[in-house]
Ligand binder design. Structure first.
Ligand code: FPP
Length: 242
């Protein structure tokens, strides 16, 4: 039995799912096999977050930078994502999990975009767990897009520049519906943020594990949550003030 304190769970867990390729290489398999096994981890982690009552989960599935990979791999990942959306819909509905896309809709292959729309529409009334799926996502691009929308509203007199606050700005981000992540997990050992949720992770606790994403399942999530629960979150205050 794990020793998770259910009163100290993060409200929002965000994950950089890295290491599929290295995991496959270790097994002497093609990179795509690693992505396929990674999709199983994604399914399991969604199930676990639902089970633990974590209300928000954000998964970094395809970044703006990922387009630079060999065309065959890019194609295989989008095909896998499409299959994932199709295969997971019944369970999302059964568990009343809502899936929301964060990232640019423009540029996503049309057949994937269609499935994405189907899943986000069919689950839009649910809230037992909200899964933000970051596809064609970049943190800087998100901030620039928000700034442009805000400038447009200011130009139209919908808001005054002097009234802009961090809170009002955040309402222009893809994650307007969610609290900021409390815990950012990165698998695969790299100590980088890689253009993920740049605005939102201002106070997130960061947990990096050497394990590759296909190896990250419920027991490993519990480890990350226990580590999170052992930390003192000060938000700029002193330890005595907490
Ligand atoms: C990271 O490993 C993998 C990606 C960026 C590809 C997309 C992720 C998946 C397909 C996982 C499944 C998720 C869902 C939602 C189905 P990498 O290829 O960067 O690994 P490497 O660093 O070892 O090369």
């Amino acid at each position: 039995m794990h020793r998770l304190d259910l009163t100290k769970m993060p409200r929002h867990v965000a994950i950089i799912m890295d290491g599929n390729g290295r995991w496959a290489k270790k097994k002497l398999r093609r990179r795509v096999f690693g992505h396929e096994e990674g999709a199983i981890s994604a399914r399991e982690i969604i199930r676990s977050c639902h089970k633990f009552g974590i209300p928000f989960l954000t998964l970094y599935a395809f970044s703006k930078e990922n387009w630079q990979r060999p065309a065959m791999e890019v194609e295989a990942i989008w095909h896998l994502l499409k299959r994932f959306l199709i295969s997971e819909l019944p369970e999302l509905i059964e568990k009343e999990v809502r899936l929301i896309h964060i990232g640019d809709a423009d540029g996503i292959p049309p057949d994937v975009a269609e499935e994405l729309r189907r899943v986000t529409d069919r689950t839009s009334g649910f809230s037992s767990l909200i899964v933000n799926l970051a596809l064609n996502y970049g943190g800087r691009q998100e901030i620039v897009r928000a700034a442009a929308k805000l400038a447009e509203d200011a130009g139209n007199g919908k808001c005054l520049p002097g009234d802009i606050t961090a809170e009002s700005f955040a309402r222009y981000l893809f994650t307007a519906h969610a609290p900021d992540p409390d815990l950012l997990i990165r698998t695969g050992g790299e100590q980088r943020v890689s253009n993920f949720l740049l605005w939102q992770i201002a106070y997130a606790e960061i947990y990096v594990t050497e394990l590759y994403w296909p190896e990250f399942r419920e027991p490993q999530l519990i480890e990350a949550l226990l580590d999170y629960q052992s930390r003192e979150r000060r938000f700029g205050k002193t330890g005595e003030q907490i």
